[in-house]
Design a protein around this ligand. Structure first.
Ligand SMILES: Cc1cc2nc3c(=O)[nH]c(=O)nc-3n(C[C@H](O)[C@H](O)[C@H](O)COP(=O)(O)O)c2cc1C
Length: 203
C-alpha cells in the first residue's frame, strides 16, 4: 500500500496542518504497517505555475509539449495514480486552498490524462481512493463559532471529483490564531474525531 502525502504549508514540518497529517498517517500506518509513505512537499513553492504549452494543451485535442509543465504534470500524476491513499496537509489561505496546493491541482487535473470531456460534463479517469484532508485555519469556518466563509472544502470536493476522487474525509484544527488554549482545545477535539473515525476504518 502506498500513502501519498501532499504537504502545502509554507511552514513545512512546523505547520499545524502537517502535524495533523502526521496523526492521520500514524493511524493509516497502524492499520497497514507495511505501507510506504511518499512525501510530496509543495508548500515551499517547489511546483512552478503551469506554462503556456500546458495551458494551450488543456483546450486542444493533443498535447503541445511533453516538456516543462507537462513533464512535471506527468510525474505528479504518476505519483497520484500509484497511491492507494492520499493525505493532503493544507492551511486555509484567504478562505480557500493556498496557491501552492492550487499549483499541484493545476498539474494533476489534466484533460485526456485524469479527466475527459463529454457532452454531459467532465468524466474522471482515476480510480477512486480515500483522500484525507488535514486543514489548519487561523479562524473558524465551520460550526456555530464560524465567522468566515469556507471555499476550501467545497472547492476540493468539486475539483478532485472531476478526476474521479470522491472519497474525501476532512479533519481540521481551526482557530489556530486564537492562542495556545484555543489550539489545545481544537487539537483535543480533532484527536477525538480521529480516534472515532479510525476505530472502524479498514482499507
Ligand atoms: C496568506 C494567508 C492567508 C490566510 N487566510 C486565512 C483565512 O482566510 N482564514 C483563516 O482562518 N486563516 C487564514 N490564515 C491563517 C492560517 O490558516 C493559519 O495560520 C493556519 O493555522 C496555518 O496553518 P499551517 O500551520 O498548517 O500553515 C491565513 C494565513 C496566511 C499566511
Amino acid at each position: 500500500m502506498k500513502i501519498l502525502r501532499v504537504s502545502c504549508s509554507p511552514r513545512g514540518q512546523a505547520s499545524e496542518s502537517y502535524r495533523l497529517s502526521q496523526r492521520i498517517v500514524g493511524f493509516l500506518l497502524k492499520s497497514e504497517p507495511t505501507a510506504t509513505l511518499i512525501d510530496r512537499v509543495v508548500g515551499d513553492g517547489a511546483i512552478a505555475h503551469i506554462d503556456a504549452p500546458y495551458a494551450v494543451s488543456q483546450h486542444s485535442s493533443v498535447d503541445m509539449s511533453q516538456e516543462g509543465s507537462a513533464s512535471c504534470s506527468n510525474e505528479l500524476i504518476r505519483e497520484l495514480e500509484s497511491s492507494d491513499v492520499v493525505v493532503i496537509a493544507t492551511p486555509m489561505h484567504n478562505f480557500t486552498v493556498p496557491s501552492t496546493l492550487k499549483a499541484w491541482i493545476d498539474h494533476v487535473v489534466r484533460v485526456r490524462r485524469t479527466f475527459n470531456v463529454s457532452p454531459e460534463g467532465k468524466i474522471g479517469m482515476l480510480r477512486d481512493r480515500p483522500v484525507f484532508v488535514a486543514v489548519s485555519s487561523g479562524g473558524r469556518y465551520s460550526g456555530e463559532r464560524a465567522r468566515q466563509p469556507d471555499f476550501l472544502t467545497p472547492y476540493l470536493k468539486a475539483v478532485l471529483g472531476i478526476i474521479g476522487l470522491h472519497d474525501l474525509t476532512f479533519f481540521s484544527v481551526q482557530g489556530a490564531a486564537f492562542g495556545p488554549d484555543a489550539v489545545a482545545e481544537a487539537r483535543t477535539r480533532t484527536d477525538q474525531a480521529l480516534q472515532n473515525y479510525f476505530s472502524s476504518f479498514r482499507l
